[in-house]
Design a protein around this ligand. Structure first.
Ligand SMILES: Nc1ncnc2c1ncn2[C@@H]1O[C@H](COP(=O)(O)OP(=O)(O)OP(=O)(O)O)[C@@H](O)[C@H]1O
Ligand SMILES: [Mg+2]
Length: 236
């Protein structure tokens, strides 16, 4: 297998620690990924790359930074209280690994329930491989970047997705906003599931209410009459 270590990928060495680079190399060497082609988004706590699999399909590779000191304090409440993570890791790198695994499990639950999310493909340590939302290396736009033709029908579709996510997958997204919804041709896709919690998390209801408020706030700026949280999730 030829590993393509492109220009962009060289920056891996400037950004990631040795352990992360070893993980990426292992993923390439074992054929889970053919090549990493370029950075899509570089944030404070993660970097998202475009990649290609052996079968030629496009993927997004989300690599969580293990050096971020704020990571622990900001994320701990989304791990603690989630029954899938009874023992929250003490050291930052294990905690970041749990976070990547959590995003992977959440995506699996969501996709099994039929919610449009990137397909969970593989996770190892702090490296997560998911289906690419977009075409020809170009990611689909975010909700905040598109001007919708019929915003009310998009609003209704997103509300339906959140209900399906809650009722069937048993999940609350927890960081829903116009930044975490992608709009490929014709339908919305929810992304960024690291913080999503199961409905038995003690704060699940608060997170759900906040998600709906964020969504409603955004759609109100588009002139849409939105439905209050209590009406959407009244009987839940
Ligand atoms: N599956 C995907 N396909 C294509 N692009 C993606 C995919 N997942 C994420 N991206 C791109 O990467 C960006 C960041 O992804 P995501 O929201 O999951 O990470 P994040 O943790 O919120 O990062 P940050 O908070 O630093 O923006 C997205 O806004 C999108 O542009
Ligand atoms: Mg995001």
């Amino acid at each position: 297998m030829r590993i393509k270590w492109s220009e962009n990928t060289r920056t891996l060495e400037e950004v990631f620690d040795r352990r992360t680079i070893m993980t990426v190399l292992k993923i390439l060497n074992t054929g889970k990924l053919k090549e990493l082609t370029g950075v899509l988004k570089s944030g404070k706590e993660s970097r998202v790359y475009h990649g290609v699999r052996v079968d030629g399909s496009e993927v997004a590779v989300k690599i969580f930074l293990t050096t971020s000191a704020v990571f622990r304090s900001g994320r701990i409440k989304y791990l603690q209280g989630d029954p899938r993570f009874k023992n929250v890791a003490h050291d930052t790198s294990s905690l970041v690994d749990q976070w990547a695994t959590k995003e992977f499990w959440n995506l699996r639950l969501a996709s099994e329930a039929g919610v449009a999310v990137p397909a969970p493909i593989y996770v190892e340590k702090n490296v997560l491989i998911i289906g690419f939302i977009g075409k020809g290396s170009v990611p689909a736009p975010l909700l905040r970047d598109v001007s919708l033709q019929a915003p009310h029908s998009w609003y209704k579709r997103i509300v339906e997705m959140l209900k399906l996510l809650y009722d069937k997958a048993g999940l609350v997204h927890g960081d829903l906003s116009e930044y975490n919804i992608m709009i490929p041709n014709g339908y919305p896709v929810l992304i960024d599931f690291g913080q999503a919690v199961t409905k038995d998390h003690p704060e699940a209801k608060q997170f759900l209410e906040r998600d709906i408020q964020n969504l409603n706030h955004y759609f109100r700026t588009l002139g849409i009459k939105t439905t209050p949280y209590a009406k959407i999730f009244g009987e839940s």
